[in-house]
Design a protein around this ligand. Structure first.
Ligand SMILES: Nc1nc2c(ncn2[C@@H]2O[C@H](COP(=O)(O)OP(=O)(O)OP(=O)(O)O)[C@@H](O)[C@H]2O)c(=O)[nH]1
Ligand SMILES: [Mg+2]
Ligand SMILES: [Zn+2]
Length: 299
């Protein structure tokens, strides 16, 4: 989906791992070789499924303005997964939004929405149904100003159904979730870039089971802004929030203001990020030794 739809199709020869849905590319004179991939203003990148021991990046979508993290209301949204997705979303440079789908199947959504506000501080939590159309107009407003929206989430949560509702006709193939575990069947197998007639773009993505961290920006700080705010009030700057005196974080947990699971989750993500950074450094060093890595251009 690299070619604008109003141009004749071009068969592109060298799409490598470096090009993702949403990228802007420049063709060579033969019009079939990708000469450049333009600088991305944002990119949602996760760690690819483990290939041996090597750390590899998987760019799910590039040049996105809004990342919609989709969860279905038919089972309690996995808060730990959402925290992880929020870290990646903030790291991507796009704005995250949480969307809870299938409102037509559940009697009351308020409690779930309220619970997720604590997990997604400062992030809009919306509800919608791609079947009844409930909440779809509110989602469409995020495409204002020709914005690009990427829909992300596990298989079967209703991403393609929402895309169809937003586009207004059955463009994306959807499929019944399996009875029993309500899991999806990975109906969407490739990313799709869709132009909205009223302006803006949608990127439908295949469901991903695992979201592992790749980059280490300010994602954790943004996703756990509430915990970081508390941490500023601990007596010790290097407080580990275990049993230190005057720890604002453990005090908030004792007062029922912070879920201890959320603190544990944050600590796990911090550790994962540190391990990833060490791994990436080791990999770079190994490449340097073998002379594989391109030399840095002279200043
Ligand atoms: N009742 C109801 N069913 C929905 C809704 N959204 C999706 N579904 C159903 O859930 C199933 C899965 O929806 P899809 O849109 O294919 O899910 P997906 O997230 O695109 O899944 P993958 O492409 O596998 O990642 C289909 O049977 C849809 O009809 C909704 O809002 N209400
Ligand atoms: Mg789909
Ligand atoms: Zn503390």
């Amino acid at each position: 989906m690299l070619v604008a739809l109003d141009q004749p199709p071009v068969r592109v020869r060298n799409i490598g791992a470096d090009v993702a849905v949403g990228d802007f590319v420049v063709f060579g004179d033969d019009e079939e070789r990708v000469e450049h991939v333009l600088h991305r203003h944002s990119a949602f990148v996760r760690r690819a499924s483990f290939e041996g021991n090597r750390a590899e990046a998987h760019t799910i979508a590039a040049n996105i303005d809004v990342v919609m993290l989709i969860h279905s209301l038919t089972s309690p949204p996995n808060q730990r997964r959402l925290e992880r997705e929020l870290v990646l979303a903030w790291d991507s440079g796009a704005r995250p939004v949480v969307v809870l789908t299938k409102t037509d199947l559940v009697p009351d959504v308020d409690a779930t929405v309220a619970a997720l506000h604590d997990v997604a501080p400062g992030v809009d939590v919306l509800t919608a149904s791609g079947i009844s159309g409930d909440g779809v107009e509110a989602l469409r407003s995020y495409a204002a100003g020709n914005a690009t929206i990427a829909l992300l989430g596990a298989s079967g949560v209703g991403k393609s159904t929402l895309v169809n509702a937003l586009v207004g006709h059955g463009r994306m193939v959807t499929a019944e979730v399996r009875e029993g575990d309500q899991r999806g069947r990975h109906t969407t197998t490739a990313c799709e870039l869709i132009r909205l007639v009223e302006g803006g773009w949608l990127i439908d993505t295949p469901g991903v089971r695992a979201v592992s961290l790749w980059s280490s920006g300010h994602g954790i700080e943004r996703a756990f802004a509430d915990v970081f705010e508390l941490m500023d009030h601990c007596r010790f700057r290097d407080c580990k929030h275990d049993d230190e005196p005057d720890c604002a974080v453990t005090a908030a947990i004792a007062d029922g203001l912070l879920d201890v699971k959320r603190l544990d989750s944050m600590k796990r993500l911090v550790a994962e990020e540190a391990a990833l950074e060490a791994e990436q450094r080791a990999q770079e060093k190994a490449l340097d030794r073998r002379g594989v890595r391109k030399p840095k251009p002279p200043r």
